[in-house]
Design a protein around this ligand. Sequence first.
Ligand SMILES: Cc1cc2nc3c(=O)[nH]c(=O)nc-3n(C[C@H](O)[C@H](O)[C@H](O)COP(=O)(O)OP(=O)(O)OC[C@H]3O[C@@H](n4cnc5c(N)ncnc54)[C@H](O)[C@@H]3O)c2cc1C
Ligand code: FES
Ligand code: FES
Length: 459
Amino acid sequence: MKISLWVNGVRRDLEVPPLKRLLDVLREDLGLVGAKEGCGEGECGACAVILDGRLVNSCLLPAYRAHGRVVRTIEGLGTPESPDPVQSAFVVEGAVQCGYCIPGLVMASRALLDEEASPTRPRIREALAGNLCRCTGYERIIRAVERAGQTPARVCGTEPSPDPASEPEASPGDEVVVHVPGSLREACEMLGRGGVTVIGGATDLGVLLHEEIVAPRAVLDLSRVAELHGVRREEGALVIGAATTYADLLRDPDVARDLPCLHAAVRTVGAPAIQSLGTLGGNLVNGSPGADAVPPLLALGARIRLMSGAGGREVAADAFFTGYRATVRRPDELVAAIIVPLPAAGTRQSFRKAGTRRAQAIAKVNLAACARVQDGALRDVRLAAGSVGPTVLLLRRAMAALEGGRVADLERLAGAVAAAARDEVVPIDDVRSTADYRRAVTGNLVARFVLSLGEAPFL
Ligand SMILES: Cc1cc2nc3c(=O)[nH]c(=O)nc-3n(C[C@H](O)[C@H](O)[C@H](O)COP(=O)(O)OP(=O)(O)OC[C@H]3O[C@@H](n4cnc5c(N)ncnc54)[C@H](O)[C@@H]3O)c2cc1C
Ligand code: FES
Ligand code: FES
């Protein structure tokens, strides 16, 4: 496949296998070996580069996705004679030991500082959460980012603009056919012909492709389908395009204001480089019972809009999953949008996730909860939990135990509702946790939500 991209300000025209990873293109085809391979599956950040201004893990990105885009690597940031302020600050603060992780950490720091000149410590921690360092220790690294924030970045000429509309050109030897449709109608038509694998952000698929667990002959990429991107208001609801990335959701003021439990859940997905690429539609279709963005959709009473060449239909989010990683979606259907009704005024929303660590951790248990207080009683109670069954579960018995309860009786209710929740979940023992722990934590998270209803709003 012929692709053209701007790397560190220079246009590069290349012929590469379409699904070759950007990391390998940079290292093998362009000789830019700053980006490293650590884990190869999006976990460590050693391969991080900046794509159109956003941090991404180049080990997850198929090369064709870089076509028409602007890539910055560590080599384009500074030179030993004229380093970027981030690079200088890492040296001054002694934030480098073996150096393996440093290109990725420097790129993550640069991406943060380009967006926010003087980030707080918690913001720095959040921005670097997807970059692992085994030998330096994070305190020095954080100090380096704080220091770098005091110096404006060097301006290295005018950055080219990305050209997202241009299409990569197929080559006769391509083993994989890549479709990058520009409209929803075209995308549905192509899917209807069969034999194609849909690609959203490739944060789940990228791992499977690399490990050769999937080997598609043709892919259908949704990144250029404008109808599938963004958030808009429509008749008392927010309609979220299925290919909207987490990074875009986090920057959406309506989502932050009206759907704080979804906003909070999205903040916990992976780390910034995963959020730049991963999509809400991908989280749904991937069907993991531990998916973090899904419990809020069930708790908020969202509907999933499916589209095919034959037309569209909508299903309730709590009827979308039929079993472990199984959904009602037919092979010829795309998830086109997620319709989230605007919660009634005064609805309290919460999202909590228990994992091994804050970033890059699949939930041991997660819980999204919504309820409203009216005349001293609880109304519209919805509780949804993940990683406690084959699918994300709506906790119907716990919801019934709480609905209509009095705010004056929260302590008793918390115990009863937690017991109902513990009883109805069906967790398993696996590498991440035990069924007993998951059952106990579900009860605790539910009780915590119930008790919080007597306090000032916390989200
Ligand atoms: C390091 C790392 C950390 C992660 N951390 C988390 C986490 O904390 N929480 C969490 O929930 N997930 C996490 N994930 C998983 C992943 O990021 C999410 O599930 C993400 O939402 C997947 O979206 P995507 O667009 O990248 O999906 P893709 O990988 O592109 O696709 C996933 C599946 O959905 C299908 N698909 C995608 N979009 C559509 C559509 N619109 N219509 C029909 N089919 C579609 C694809 O064919 C594929 O089967 C992590 C992944 C990695 C690599
Ligand atoms: S190599 Fe670890 S995130 Fe890419
Ligand atoms: S400096 Fe060695 S891994 Fe970070």
